[in-house]
Ligand binder design. Sequence first.
Ligand code: GSH
Length: 204
Amino acid sequence: MIELYTWGTPNGRKISIMLEECGLPYRVHKINIGAGEQFAPEFIALNPNSKIPAIVDAEGPDGKPITLMESGAILVYLAGKTGKFLPQSVRGKYQALEWLMFQMGGVGPMFGQLHVFLRRAEPVPYALERYTNEKNRLYGVLDRRLGEVRYLASEYSIADIATYPWVARHDFHKTDLAAYPNVKRWFDAIFARPAVARGMAVPA
Ligand SMILES: N[C@@H](CCC(=O)N[C@@H](CS)C(=O)NCC(=O)O)C(=O)O
């Protein structure tokens, strides 16, 4: 049984989608980040960075428990554990890792900052302009890539699983997917996966 510490945000949902896709049994522990539960000492013992998601796998490497933070590292771990959603070919594997890092270093942090500034009652025009431009630029990169390949690493992988929950917030960050037809085609294909629907509904 894997213990998943999460909340209803894109970084948390990457992991519930992956667990559902892999068919791994897991138990959900809600960490209410709005109420500051990520700063509780019991949670800091799991993630010294005070952010969701984190997991504890009682059956980790060598049959011993492992605790992990950082959604990208957790996805790589679960792919290694199950042999799923990380291409077997060397080229495919590095393409998946490349687009996973693009999500971790670009899409996640930039969309995340835009969400912060969109939520503010008092607008900060410079920040809104900066992160909107960066969000649009990143959508352009995704759209060009997905015009060449069906999924970010050619086959459905942890790179798509990491990116999907952020694109699923497209209404909130004021993006019409019709402007990015390749992203829209990719988004609709992933939306239709039953495991993705289940993972996006976590935590209940
Ligand atoms: N790089 C981290 C980012 C995690 C992250 O930013 N989590 C947010 C929710 S999506 C969080 O816990 N925020 C609480 C806080 O910043 O206090 C990851 O991918 O796991």
